[in-house]
Design a protein around this ligand. Structure first.
Ligand SMILES: [Zn+2]
Length: 414
């Protein structure tokens, strides 16, 4: 069956809406601050709701504040094809992260409607609650609960950095609906997003098509040495902090090497030092190591190797190390057929694509466990995100909107 001629979004309308939405929660330095479940977050949702209402979309929210706008399909009881992202931001973020995915989805639905294009399945725009985890310290809360990764009770009990509980803010703002999260599963999910990296811009390629999202593993490494006077003898010390420093270097060496951790993205973001006193050689150090392996296999073959190597470098200093898995998330592998629809959408528009594996999480990571999922990435200047300097050009955004539209239309038509 021949594909119909591709439709194109109204890229000026998409661009203007991004600018208008950026005025909600605008910060003095040109950024956007719409923290989750604040008055600004609600105002942002209301603006998008108004656009969706003009289009006659049916709106509903679930009990944890995920918000959906639906255009019906032609075939009864067909599960919706869904596209979306999030409207919350970090305290001083940009106008594209999240907002682009929601507004591109809305633009796609509006283009279908204005072209009189009917789809067999309903097409639904999704706005996931608290993606950033900036105010309630749990990333992708809404999509995670939708996918069954956390319970409604746990979500409602989340404490904001400024005090109130998630559930109380949800009630205060009236953002909860009657439906259970995840009760209505989509038949496919697509998410458009800025890359938040510089691969596309550097390669001069307009569309990124991720195969999936890297796993994120946090490991807690405890180094047991022996406290001593900082002015005492240098021989026979068992300096736990020195061992931790060597271990962190070793972690980086493993990531830079060609072994089991080759190509991993790693960091040591937190240390707890005991007793943490200038005149005392540390006797005990806990280090939090973050590892994002390069592949999407999800095996932990590297974990034993890492523990052995850290043990070896610490052992040279007479320090014992114990490594414990603190948290694990992913990897998420996107669906081959959904990914192919994104690629076809780009090809129909003669847009070149780059294939990659994402290092950072998105709502699509959770949705991949619920429905066939794929993403559409567009470049962002210098790879900068979570900053007032976050920027994408009108045509980058417009191309992404067109590709999302093509994928949605193809998934919903049959
Ligand atoms: Zn985002």
């Amino acid at each position: 069956v021949a594909s119909p001629a591709p439709l194109r979004c109204d890229r000026d309308r998409l661009w203007d809406r991004l600018a208008e939405l950026a005025r909600v929660g605008a910060t003095p330095d040109g950024g956007v601050g719409r923290l989750a479940l604040t008055d600004e977050d609600r105002a942002g949702r209301e603006l998008v709701s108004a656009w969706a209402a003009e289009l006659g979309l049916h709106e509903r929210a679930d009990r944890i504040g995920n918000l959906f706008w639906r255009r019906p399909g032609e075939v009864r009881d067909r599960a919706a094809v869904m596209a979306g992202s999030h409207l919350d931001t970090v305290p001083d973020g940009g106008r594209f992260d999240g907002a682009f995915g929601v507004l591109a989805a809305l633009e796609a639905v509006q283009t279908l409607a204005e072209a009189g294009t009917r789809t067999a399945a309903p097409v639904e725009v999704a706005c996931w609650a608290n993606e950033e985890g900036a105010r309630f310290p749990r990333v992708c809360t809404g999509s995670g609960a939708f996918a069954g990764a956390m319970t409604e009770e746990d979500v409602r009990a989340l404490r904001a950095t400024d005090g109130p509980a998630y559930g109380d803010e949800l009630d205060r703002l009236g953002l909860a609906g009657p439906g259970a999260p995840g009760a209505e599963r989509p038949s496919a999910y697509f998410e458009a997003h800025i890359e938040q990296g510089a691969l596309l811009e550097r390669a001069g390629i307009p569309i990124g098509v991720p195969e999936g999202i890297r796993a994120v593993r946090y490991l807690e490494a405890t180094f047991e040495g022996e406290e001593a006077h900082a002015g005492g003898p240098m021989e026979d010390r068992r300096d736990a902090l020195r061992a931790a420093a060597r271990a962190i270097e070793e972690l980086h060496a493993l990531a830079a090497g060609d072994g089991l951790l080759a190509g991993a993205i790693v960091a040591a973001g937190r240390l707890e030092i005991e007793p943490n006193v200038p005149t005392v050689v540390p006797g005990r150090v806990r280090a939090w190591l973050c590892v994002r392996p390069a592949g999407l296999e999800g095996e932990e073959g590297w974990a034993g190797e890492l523990e052995r190597r850290l043990g070896a470098v610490a052992g040279e200093l007479g320090v014992i190390v114990e490594v414990r898995a603190a948290s694990r998330n992913g990897p998420a592998r996107f669906d081959e057929r959904a990914v192919a629809l994104v690629r076809q959408g780009a090809r129909a528009l003669e847009l070149e694509t780059l294939h990659l594996v994402l290092p950072v999480g998105h709502d699509a990571g959770y949705l991949a466990g619920v429905a066939p999922t794929a993403m559409v990435l567009v470049p962002c200047r210098g790879g900068v995100s979570h900053s007032p300097d976050e920027w994408a050009e009108r045509d980058w955004v417009g191309d992404g909107g067109d590709v999302l539209l093509g994928a949605l239309r193809a998934a919903a038509r049959g």
